[in-house]
Design a protein around this ligand. Sequence first.
Ligand code: ZN
Length: 308
Amino acid sequence: MSVRWPDGKRFAFSIFDDPDAQTLSEGRRVYSFLADLGFRTTRGVWPLGATREVNSLGETCANPEYLAHNLELQKLGFEMGYHNATPHSVVREETRQALDLFKNYFGHDPRAMANHYNRDAIYWGSARLTGSLARAVYSASTLSKNNNRFRGEVEGEPEFWGDLCRERIEYCRNFVYADIDTLAVCPWMPYHDPLRPFVRNWYSAADGANIKNYIRMLSESNQDRLEEQGGACIMYTHFGHGFVENETLDSRFSDLMTRLSKKNGWFVPVSTLLDYVADRRGRVEIGASERNRLQSRWLWQKIFRGTS
Ligand SMILES: [Zn+2]
């Protein structure tokens, strides 16, 4: 589908930044750079401080300096997104507490989220897929991981919070593709999947998981194609994965983002972008054929190209 972007902009570009492993100083370095170039994107956060052993490094909003930085960014127009409660699995009451904290800190419920690999992740692991064949292929392709441990949508489990997700969060990420034009590969987004009723709307993303994938995805030719197609990119990344070394930004990242910033693009947070698309086109409920297309393309790319 093609969308007419506001103010004569030719394409849209956003980022969801996953907080895994990101230090305070890396975050400061990356975000002052993005802010100066005019990007306003989405930063995933953990609202709740860890109380048990963590499964990932990275800051939580329990660190006052980190929280202050997030509030500064929010003031500038960046969006804060949800990345589950904290970097370890939590039970329902902790998720509720995390959502309440988020609301206290940032003034409203989170609008966009992406799962962290906690047990409280929602429709995650093999539950991302529909059908026993697809799940079997997926499990075979990720042999080393336990893909059936996620419980966020499973009623009666201690980690269940599906109803809270449906009440409080608008957009959740599922599939990630090796294509810069996310809207071209997933023209239905934001979409509702009736087989996954606790998520109001899903979105897809482009694979920029670490510095290597990000700079490959944002190559000059891909940027130009995104612009020509009038498309929309939602880049999924971890700014803690190789973007800053010795306080210095990766120079290729910095060059590519500077080049992109000079184009006539709409550089807005994830939920601003998705709201706009949904307002223009209406909400989509996908059926079996759309679901199949989305998941087989994703599985294919995961197996043969190693996308996340
Ligand atoms: Zn994560």
